[in-house]
Design a protein around this ligand. Structure first.
Ligand code: UTP
Length: 293
């Protein structure tokens, strides 16, 4: 029997060193793309896939992320008083039901695998999605929904994958693949950050996963992998051959918002999708790109 997917873990305990000094006092995941913080995009995407329960894995200095999911009564009252109904409605659309968000602490950023292990009591015996909020996907069908639809058919583990230039394989978790129908690939192996000359393919995992709870027992061993961190990829690799394991070439465009250029690109791409902003953005981009600019 394939258990319904209802839970998501959102690891947000990283240090965000690539965004210092912006991330000295605020969480990277609170940085906005246009007018919405990264964490909100991730939660909205998960909800669109039918997820009902959320676990934020937080760390020191990440309080604002949790507060973001509180109801801001004074603010809402003021908006109402001032007749700002559109703004009020937007805030309310993001309310989550009471008890839908829990947080756990990762006291030291020992790696993504360790962050997921910190959520073990929340995961319990259920399948769960993972969304890394700094990976943002612009798609007609939200990326997590695409994964959830495949999971409902295949069960097991499903990860979102994309081709990367071979010279960049050492930045990502890379798949060794079996059967491939052009969209769905059978995962035969996983390697974290392999050098291009030994990478089994150039198909990389992005920050969207649907996993079975079995992965937790492998994380519990706390084996250190690439970069001395407890790697999620290494624990996932232990499930291959034991449960169905697929990679999905998702439809959509992914932006690595943990990287400055990726973050900037996301601002432009998301602004160009907004009818209220697109004409002005297109006009200034044209100016900046003019040969004599
Ligand atoms: P990154 O690899 O982007 O690390 O983490 P980072 O610390 O956030 O950023 P840089 O590289 O220092 O600039 C990917 C995701 O995993 C979470 C991060 O919060 C981010 O959402 N993470 C990473 C944890 O929660 N704990 C960790 O120990 C590591």
């Amino acid at each position: 029997m394939i258990k319904k997917l209802r839970k998501a873990v959102l690891p947000v305990a990283g240090l965000g060193t690539r965004f210092l000094p912006a991330t000295k006092a605020i969480a990277k995941e609170m940085l906005p793309v246009v007018d919405k913080p990264l964490i909100q995009y991730a939660v909205d995407e998960a909800r669109a896939a039918g997820i009902e329960q959320f676990c934020l894995v937080t760390g020191r200095g990440k309080t604002s992320l949790v507060e973001h999911f509180d109801i801001a009564y004074e603010l809402e009252a003021t908006l109402k008083q001032r007749g700002k109904h559109k703004e009020l409605q937007e805030l309310r659309e993001h309310h989550l039901p009471p008890g839908a968000v829990v947080t756990v602490r990762q006291q030291e950023p020992l790696g993504l695998g360790h962050a997921i292990w910190c959520a073990r009591a929340f995961i319990d015996e259920d399948p769960f999605a993972i969304l890394l909020p700094d990976d943002l996907v612009l798609a007609d069908v939200p990326c997590t929904k695409q994964l959830a639809d495949v999971y409902a058919q295949t069960g097991g583990c499903v990860v979102a994958v994309t081709e990367v230039p071979r010279e960049h394989t050492s930045r990502y978790g890379i798949l060794d693949i079996g059967r491939d129908d052009g969209r769905l690939v059978e995962v035969r192996g996983l390697v974290e950050k392999p050098k291009p000359e030994v990478a089994p393919s150039n198909l990389s995992i992005i920050g969207r996963y649907v996993l079975l709870p079995d992965v937790v027992e492998h994380l519990a061993r706390m084996e250190r992998g690439a970069g001395g961190e407890v790697q999620l990829t290494d624990a996932m690799a232990k499930l291959i051959g034991k449960v169905p394991f697929h990679g999905l070439r998702y439809e959509g465009r992914r932006f690595d918002c943990g990287d400055k250029v990726g973050f900037l690109e996301a601002q432009i791409a998301f602004a160009l999708k907004r009818p209220d902003m697109a004409p002005a953005v297109r006009a200034f981009l044209k100016d900046y790109c003019a040969p004599d600019a």
